[in-house]
Design a protein around this ligand. Structure first.
Ligand code: 5RP
Length: 218
């Protein structure tokens, strides 16, 4: 089965988590785009969505789904998003689409984070996919030097400006033994807005194709 077919199946399975009257947290990316299309078919059953990017907002609104401000609606019951890598403990690398900061905020604000991926994104250890780090522009070099001291190789994603007006460093060549510890270290570097490690708050459920993958406990 093609990767796109797997993404579509996972997105359709995630629709089963949507309950009547819900405000649904919505991620960003090509897998989520299938989810938004599916959500459109049941838009009269939900109250609206909280969006993690301008891109998803446009797609939601094009379907007539109301996009609400997270501050106005409080904690969410459900957040659905994709990922770039997922380990057996549901820890993730995200941010390939540069939407990591708003994605992490909504994940944190949600009771349940359902992650939808294709099988190629499953890994035993995170790190083959470069870890995106969103930085305040003036801190790019400072953060890059700090990351080099942590044995990462940061490469500036030149030309990309996030929805928050910031820049992205993609960190290559990290074999990540302790994702929770590394996430905490990155978050402490002045100028880092968010890193794309979703380890302290990983996914609650991971759907691959039409299957909910069993979680391995550390
Ligand atoms: C965007 C993300 C996406 O969830 C991630 O990049 C996966 O995207 P896709 O579904 O297109 O493979 O984190 O910032």
């Amino acid at each position: 089965m093609s990767r796109d077919a797997q993404k579509k199946l996972a997105a359709e399975k995630a629709l089963e988590f949507v309950e009547d009257g819900m405000i649904v947290g919505v991620g960003t990316g090509s897998t989520v785009a299938f989810f938004i299309d599916g959500l459109a078919a049941m838009k009269d059953r939900i109250e609206g969505a909280v969006s993690s990017s301008e891109q998803s907002t446009r797609q939601l609104q094009s379907h007539g789904i109301e996009v609400l401000d997270l501050n106005a609606v409080g904690p969410l019951k459900l957040y659905v998003d994709g990922a770039d890598e997922c380990d057996p403990y549901n820890r993730l690398i995200k941010g390939g689409g540069a939407a990591l900061t708003r994605e992490k905020i909504i994940a944190q604000a949600s009771d349940r984070f359902v992650c939808i991926i294709d099988a190629a994104k499953q890994v035993e250890h995170l790190g083959a996919f470069p870890v995106p780090v969103e930085v305040v522009p003036m801190a790019r070099s400072l953060v890059a030097r700090a990351i080099a001291k942590l044995d990462g190789q940061p490469i500036w994603r030149e030309g990309v400006v996030t929805d928050n007006g910031n820049w992205i460093l993609d960190v290559h060549n990290w074999r990540i033994a302790d994702p929770v510890g590394l996430e905490a270290k990155l978050n402490q570097i002045p100028g880092v807005v968010t890193c794309g490690l979703f380890a302290a708050r990983g996914a609650d459920e991971v759907i691959i194709g039409d299957q909910i993958r069993p979680l391995r406990r550390p």
